[in-house]
Design a binder for this molecule. Sequence first.
Ligand code: HEC
Ligand code: HEC
Ligand code: HEC
Ligand code: HEC
Length: 298
Amino acid sequence: MHSLRPASGTCEQCHWPTKFVGERLKVRTHFADDEQNTELKTALMVKVGGREGGSSHGIHWHVDPNNTVRYLADRSRETIYEVELTDKTTGETKLYKTEEAAPAGLEWRTMDCIDCHNRPAHNFRSPEYEVDLALSEGRIDRTLPYIRREGVRILNESESAYDSHDAAREGIAAATKAFYAANYPDLAESEAVAQAGKALGDAYSWNIFPHMRVTWNLYPNHIGHQDSPGCFRCHDNKHKTADGDKIGKKCSTCHNLVVEEESDSKLLQELGLQEPPPEPVAAEAAPAGEAPATGTTN
Ligand code: HEC
Ligand code: HEC
Ligand code: HEC
Ligand code: HEC
């Protein structure tokens, strides 16, 4: 990371820093930890912005050639102590500082594309992200009781439990089956449980590399603020100028939330974002009412 060429010599071969993108609708699908793995939708208008009519606004304002944003951070760039903004048209600068003083010896870095797009490829995902994606793509059968909660648990517990992908696949498949054997014995031998075990093993193998000590969330994505501080490394109301100006955290600076974690709402169906809930297919093996009493205790 520290020896990469500046983004002006790479990304800008193909992308213009001033291109006007405007607002983009992003729809994110998550699932709840309940027995039904309830599907939850979030839709947000992200204000990517760019340059329009001679001035920039929105998120790509940071890379307008008229602005320079520099920051002082630790080596991982996760903790940002000071931020300096220069308006090149007027030469004015502003310095935002946190209360915590920066340790000696840190270097200033000029912000460019990869301070936000730090994972344009080789994205490492979280257990939650992988399980949500597998459920929404149908690689995991969403009618399996508690599979969202259990899948995330099993992946989290897998972190340092195995020393190879093969061992992890075997262990993860066994852990998946063990949950159903203990709580929904009629499902334990089903194809759906075997497939879920396989999909969880895939998620492990795509993200965890025991020999390289790559583990969950070692390389967080800085777009957003969900799995790591991301934008909130600076936009936390704690970076202030001497006059009290803050790098703000107001939600609508960056996006408008159209719907947040909703399920089966009329609005979602009108927007065409969610279909009516699917009919349970695994139910033949264990009708809801007949689940063993232990089913809800885990
Ligand atoms: C050789 C040309 C090239 C270079 C260099 C390049 N990109 Fe791209 N990038 C593309 C193309 C082509 C697309 C796809 C555009 C599309 O689908 O509309 C793209 C798409 C993207 C997207 C949108 C992905 C999405 O999910 O919609 C992002 C973000 C992005 N690039 C960031 C970067 C960053 C950051 C760098 C520098 C580290 C970079 N790119 C370097 C060609 C390039
Ligand atoms: C302050 C953080 C930040 C910086 C700096 C930044 N971007 Fe982005 N960019 C974003 C966010 C946030 C999005 C919206 C992506 C999303 O919500 O999934 C985005 C979207 C994009 C897209 C997709 C646009 C589309 O059509 O949907 C491209 C391409 C892109 N950025 C390229 C770049 C390049 C090239 C640079 C450097 C010149 C850059 N970005 C600098 C945060 C940033
Ligand atoms: C290194 C510090 C830093 C990081 C990281 C950062 N920003 Fe900023 N951002 C600033 C500063 C400084 C300003 C100008 C002060 C202000 O408007 O609060 C700003 C302003 C903005 C603005 C207002 C621009 C305008 O129209 O005037 C948006 C939108 C924004 N940031 C979005 C983001 C998003 C989204 C991310 C994460 C993908 C992000 N920022 C990450 C420092 C940062
Ligand atoms: C500095 C910019 C910025 C601010 C301020 C900000 N967000 Fe975000 N937020 C983002 C970006 C960028 C994303 C990623 C969008 C995407 O998923 O492509 C995001 C994503 C989200 C998501 C969707 C996560 C998901 O995957 O489902 C929610 C919910 C959210 N923000 C809520 C909030 C709330 C509530 C606030 C106000 C307290 C807030 N945000 C303030 C930039 C910001």
